[in-house]
Design a protein around this ligand. Structure first.
Ligand SMILES: [Zn+2]
Length: 336
């Protein structure tokens, strides 16, 4: 799909869901939705830049690959393999603080909406590229691995809503919105449960399956006061670095790989900015981002300056988030 059409479709889905939620008397936070969208734009930008890197990783495995099985076997292996790798990646992302630093942006929202699906970190793209690459070893063609990856991601996208439910029996085989809502809840019985993205049998097999009726509490247990797409991505990494100043080296190093519950309860507060982007800023920022994102394809053909469009895309994200205008007010360029 044309990337511009993809962005418009994703935004249209978020707008339609917000309208449907309001008809059901459920409010949707503007600041939280915009924060999720800016995280998504940032992640997609870096995912695009990393496409060539992923292809090279797949190619590294190919000389050692088994003989390619028939195409339908490759598709089946890729769908199961990508979902199994996702389970391992996802579980590790909750149990290893270094990976949690990247994944937590997806768990910080206090509402459960379609925009949460895109609130991701580009670091996850890099980690998954390494993990998915080994599937080429089983003789699966890179384009089939890529197809399975995209299908897996799209399936995960439609899980992030409170608007619909699948029949309860489906949870025995497939991940449903109700099953995944539990994963996003920080109620005591829900923490570290339901890591699967398409099939639930990985959770059954490895003891992380949960389908109880405890109240859902979205978000994480230790949320910093400052919330924006940059702070969300940086504060936990800063916490891991801060450990090296607070504790002996060995303990701080262990905390990098320990579970999030081992960290101090006071997450770092890196700066204080009250971001309230206007609808105009959001539209202008998204417009600038899409224009630059689209230009990256042309740059690959040597028609645009790479660094100019990259800076432009980042300025678009900063404008959309309200960071640019807030910063301009702080330094006196704009009136408070
Ligand atoms: Zn998760």
């Amino acid at each position: 799909m044309n990337p511009t059409a993809f962005f418009f479709l994703a935004l249209a889905i978020i707008v339609v869901e917000t309208a449907l939620r309001s008809r059901k008397k459920r409010s949707t936070s503007w600041t939280e939705t915009i924060r999720n969208i800016t995280l998504g734009l940032n992640e997609r930008l870096h995912a695009l830049l990393l496409t060539a890197f992923s292809a090279k990783l797949y190619a590294l495995w190919q000389p050692f690959a088994f003989e390619a099985p028939p195409s339908w076997v490759q598709v089946l292996l890729a769908i199961l393999g990508v979902d199994a790798v996702w389970y391992i990646y996802h579980r590790s992302s909750h149990r290893i603080s270094l990976l949690w630093a990247a994944h937590l942006t997806h768990h910080m929202p206090k509402e459960y909406t379609m925009s949460v699906a895109v609130a991701a970190s580009p670091i996850g793209v890099v980690v998954r590229a390494f993990l998915y690459g080994h599937l080429a070893l089983y003789g699966i063609a890179p384009e089939i691995i890529f197809f399975a990856q995209v299908s897996n991601a799209l399936y995960g996208y439609i899980l992030h809503t409170e608007l619909w439910n699948y029949p309860r029996w489906m949870n025995y085989v497939l991940v449903t919105p109700a099953f995944h809502r539990i994963h996003h809840s920080c109620s005591p019985s829900h923490i570290d449960k339901n890591y699967g993205n398409v099939f639930t049998f990985w959770d059954r097999l490895f003891g992380s399956y949960c389908l109880d009726d405890a109240p859902l509490v979205y978000g994480i247990t230790k949320t910093p006061k400052q919330r924006d797409y940059l702070h969300d991505q940086l504060f936990y990494l800063a916490q891991l670095v801060r450990n090296f100043y607070r504790y002996p080296f060995g303990r701080a190093l262990r905390l990098v790989f320990a579970g999030p519950e081992a960290q101090d309860a006071d997450p770092p507060h890196l700066y204080s900015l009250d971001l309230r982007p206007s609808a105009g800023e959001v539209l202008l920022g998204i417009g600038l981002f899409i224009l630059c994102y689209h230009s990256i394809f042309q740059w690959e053909a040597g028609q645009r300056s790479f660094w100019a469009v990259l800076v432009g895309a980042h300025l678009g994200i900063a404008l959309c988030s309200g960071l640019l205008s807030t910063f301009a007010r702080r330094v006196g360029v704009l009136r408070a």
